[in-house]
Unconditional design. Structure first.
Length: 140
């Protein structure tokens, strides 16, 4: 695994509409929190979803993994960390959600995305040069 090449963090206050009757976050909303952080991270490297489309590539999520350690609760302030750890053949983003006050880990996970050439609708087995460029790297 590569060392993280780009990272960000986002603060979220858990809204009422994300919790169940026990006032804990419903498990599916953590995917939304990952997406919020992923969008900030992609903006940070100058390759957000609109820029991806303009470059001729779609980058669908093809796999997502989550591991829950503790529940987030209504009104809790959480920090979602996101970092790019793979980029050569696919885009892997690692996530960690922690309590803002204590730093206690609540959830961790990762997503894999692959480049799809929008003209041919074919999956690319290597990440296109534009991703390397946005990460400040030269493609070998």
């Amino acid at each position: 695994m590569n060392k993280a090449i780009a990272a960000c963090e986002v603060e979220i206050e858990v809204p009422f509409f994300d919790v169940d009757l026990m006032e804990i976050v419903w498990h599916g909303h953590y995917v939304k929190y990952f997406e919020i952080a992923r969008c900030v991270l992609l903006d940070k490297i100058g390759y957000n979803y609109m820029q991806m489309r303009e470059s001729g590539y779609a980058w669908p999520v093809i796999d997502i993994r989550l591991r829950y350690a503790r529940s987030a609760k209504f009104g809790q302030k959480i920090i979602v960390h996101a970092e790019i750890s793979e980029w050569e053949n696919r885009l892997k983003i690692n996530y960690k959600i922690v309590d803002k006050l204590t730093g206690t880990r609540l959830t961790r996970g990762h997503t894999y995305q692959v480049a799809i050439d929008m003209m041919t609708e074919e999956m690319c087995y290597e990440s296109p040069a534009i991703l390397w460029e946005k990460l400040g790297l030269k493609k070998p």
